[in-house]
Write a new protein. Structure first.
Length: 99
């Protein structure tokens, strides 16, 4: 009888050890997969945000350039319109930065 109990005890220890190892592998794999998926989604979102910011900056620049050209052409200031809009943009940027 003691041999059977020892055998059952050893078998149950092996089963418990195997289950804990497999559970650890599964959890590690799930965490790794979750982190990888999260990083992939974050990088896609960051790329989209970067493209949007670049397009906004380009649009802002072209708008200021157009306004400068109109001012310069209308008043015939030979470049002063560009300087005027540049100063206005710098002051606006400084005021926004202070807030």
């Amino acid at each position: 009888m003691p041999g059977v109990l020892e055998s059952l005890g050893d078998t149950s220890k092996l089963v418990i050890q195997w289950i804990s190892q497999e559970t650890e592998k599964l959890v590690t794999s799930a965490i790794g997969t979750g982190v990888a998926e999260g990083l992939h989604k974050f990088s896609e979102k960051l790329f989209s945000i970067t493209i949007a910011a670049a397009l906004i900056a380009t649009g802002f620049f072209l708008t200021l350039w157009g306004i400068s050209t109109v001012i310069d052409t209308y008043f015939g200031m030979k470049g002063f319109g560009y300087v005027l809009i540049g100063i206005l943009a710098s002051v606006t940027g400084a005021l926004v930065y202070k807030k």
